[in-house]
Write a protein of this length. Structure first.
Length: 687
């Protein structure tokens, strides 16, 4: 048949499988979308499965639209009933429109978005919880994705007894209030679309009826499914096991938001007689890029196993950029990008990827100075992030006490018991007396214009502002800003606290660097320079993409730069980080590149308040891109704590202890969290 043209044997094998469960293990750039859409058309057009009996689920509307367009184009009879091809949440919406009355919910419900949810929680929350609403919203989402009501969570109060949140009783009560509010107003949030769908399907007879309706189910990006989505799929397969899941365990990078890699790893145990098809031919990247990706991911233990096979030539060697610090790194990357642009490369074919969002600041600055057109994809520019705007607003107020705009932004950040009503009251006073807001605040000191508690907080605020302004130099002012207002403390309870605190540290470091090495007459000069950086020309033109690796998933570019490849930054090495997921993230980053890959690291970065010496990422050694730097050191007594080494079986590790045994050394080495004792003659040092 014509729609088999251009397909390889593995793709054909997957397409022609009809009955029974199937796992298509699809490597990066292996023609996954073509396989899914052709199989759907094959089932409808060749096998004769009614289109309305198929269900294909994806994770994004973009993917769903692309697949639907491609599948319909392959169908001979364009007048057929369209197959249901949509996201999980769209399926939940359609399902609940039909069946929500089974759980006593009206089917004309209204979906609320994330901003609506925040506003509702803010209105319902007690004063004690106002500063933790972002965390609480995340808790509630987590509860719903476990299919747990407030009543069920109440039985598990210990779950929330941690250092970050001691108000667990109030949180459960707020969850109850929130749910009651949604029901009373006939609202549903995004998480309800799946939680309530699953609840309705708990009726076994009804689940069986639905299973008979959707007799052929396909799921894209199966490695990204969570526990709730798995439960829904399992119920929809009550009367059959005609489920085809497509995914790549090596690209499972969303564990932090609830994705369960176990869903794909254990698929063969969860369904009977599963057919496994591996799509390993890569149509995207050169051999040099794929070799690095394959060697890197082989260090993971929790994987089903596959090897990407190149269909292109060797291609250019991977370029490694070594830099002394982040400033040099950003300008070196900018210089390499300019070379590409001057050779006629389209800017949209170039991407800069990073693991930690704070790293975008130096890049944005370098690209702006070099007038390189760029866009920050799926993210907020560094100087537009809330925590950064807070600090800039403090600085603007320090520079100009009559800056009402900045005053309004920061007067209640951190919390000072100064809400909208208090602000309106102050604004009226300022208007009547022809004063700025800060001047009005000073004029009202001790007048009991506000409550006693608020007056006390505002007095502290005024004293702190004056104290900072009295500092002799700009550097002292910057240091005093954090000391007086504890802005980092304010963001510690935020669910994205790690990123936000890194961003704040990055800003402080940048400001200190500007003051120490720049030629500025005062705070105004620095603030004006930052303002100019925000006005990026040419955003509507072809632009280079700067983005996090998470945001790059599913995209591809001819030229890819991965920056920040240092231990502690990539991979992250905090207690909450998962080295295998970090390695999968590096694999995703590498496989975005089609023609040329650049890997960059620095010898030091400003981190947590000071400049820190860094080691290059273990991923250089694990991907074997620094094989020329891997040398077997036969010299005796040459190892020390902290050395990066390579073992022929266990891979890359770091020396944590050294002791002498005769003429040799016994090394204690940490291999991805597992410590082993190895004699020094059995390892190579990564220089």
């Amino acid at each position: 048949m014509s729609f088999f043209e251009g397909l390889n044997d593995s793709q054909k094998e997957a397409i022609m499988h009809i009955d029974g469960a199937m796992l298509i293990l699809a490597g990066a750039g292996s023609g996954k979308t073509k396989t899914i859409t052709t199989r759907l058309a094959y089932l409808i057009d060749h096998v004769g499965i009614p289109a309305q009996n198929t269900l294909t689920l994806t994770f994004t509307n973009k993917a769903a639209n692309v697949m639907k367009t491609r599948a319909l184009a392959l169908l001979q009879d364009q007048n057929l009933h369209n197959p249901l091809l949509c996201t999980f949440h769209k399926f939940g919406l359609l399902f609940l429109r039909l069946y929500s009355e089974r759980i006593n919910r009206a089917n004309n419900f209204v979906i609320i978005d994330t901003d609506d949810k925040k506003k509702i929680l803010k209105d319902l929350a007690s004063e004690n919880l106002q500063s933790s609403l972002a965390s609480i919203g995340a808790y509630i989402s987590n509860f719903k994705n476990q299919s747990k009501s407030a009543q069920e969570i109440r039985k598990e109060l210990e779950f929330l007894k941690d250092e970050k949140n001691k108000n667990y009783e109030e949180i459960i009560h707020l969850y109850e209030q929130y749910e009651y509010f949604l029901i009373q107003n006939n609202f549903m949030d995004f998480d309800d679309l799946l939680m309530l769908t699953n609840k309705i399907l708990e009726d076994e007879q009804f689940a069986k009826e639905q299973s008979q309706k959707y007799t052929y189910i396909t799921v894209d990006e199966y490695q990204d499914t969570n526990a709730l989505q798995y439960q829904i799929l399992k119920k929809l397969c009550t009367s059959h096991e005609n489920i085809c899941v497509v995914g790549d365990d090596d690209q499972s990078i969303y564990g932090w938001r609830g994705a369960k890699i176990e869903n794909i790893l254990n698929f063969k145990e969860q369904f009977n007689n599963v057919k496994l098809v591996k799509l390993e031919q890569n149509y995207r990247s050169t051999s040099a890029i794929l070799q690095a990706a394959n060697e890197l991911i082989e260090h993971n233990r929790k994987r089903l196993g596959k090897t990407l096979i190149c269909t292109k030539d060797e291609g250019e060697e991977i370029t490694i950029l070594q830099n002394d610090d982040e400033k040099i790194e950003s300008f070196k990357v900018a210089r390499e990008v300019l070379k590409l642009l001057n050779s006629g490369i389209n800017p949209s074919e170039i991407a800069i990827l990073y693991r930690v969002n704070a790293l975008s600041r130096a890049l944005e600055e370098a690209f702006s100075k070099e007038k390189i057109p760029f866009k920050l994809l799926s993210g907020i520019r560094f100087y537009e992030r809330a925590e950064i705007k807070d600090i800039i607003s403090y600085l603007r107020l320090l520079s100009n006490l009559n800056d009402d705009y900045s005053f309004k932004r920061i007067i209640n950040r951190p919390k000072r018991n100064f809400g909208n009503a208090s602000l309106e009251k102050l604004e009226n006073y300022a208007k009547e007396n022809h004063l700025s807001l800060f001047e009005s605040l000073c004029a009202l000191q001790g007048s009991r214009f506000f409550s006693k508690k608020t007056d006390k907080e505002l007095e502290k605020f005024i004293l702190s502002i004056h104290k900072i302004k009295e500092k002799d130099d700009l550097l002292a002012m910057i240091l005093a800003l954090e000391e007086e207002f504890k802005i980092k403390e304010f963001y510690k309870d935020n669910p994205e606290s790690e990123d936000k605190l890194l961003n704040i540290d990055e800003l402080y470091a940048n400001l200190k660097d500007k003051i120490t090495h720049g030629n500025y007459n005062g705070l105004d000069d620095i603030l004006n320079e930052i303002s100019l950086l925000n006005e990026q020309d040419g955003l509507d033109k072809e632009s280079i993409c700067i983005m996090s690796i998470h945001a790059s998933k599913g995209l591809e570019f001819d030229y890819v730069f991965i920056i920040g490849l240092e231990e502690g930054f990539f991979p992250l090495t905090s207690e909450s980080s998962n080295i295998e997921e970090e390695r999968r993230l590096a694999y995703v980053a590498i496989t975005r590149a089609k023609k040329k890959l650049y890997l960059s690291y620095t010898n030091s970065r400003f981190y947590k308040g000071s400049r820190t010496r860094l080691e290059k990422s273990r991923f250089f050694g694990e991907s074997n891109v620094i094989k020329k730097e891997l040398t077997l050191d036969h010299q005796k007594n040459c190892y020390k704590k902290g050395d990066l080494i390579k073992h022929k079986i266990f891979g890359i590790g770091r020396v944590t202890g050294v002791s002498k045994i005769g003429a040799e050394e016994k090394l204690t080495i940490n291999f991805g969290g597992i410590e082993r004792m190895i004699m020094s003659s059995f390892v190579e040092k990564v220089i």
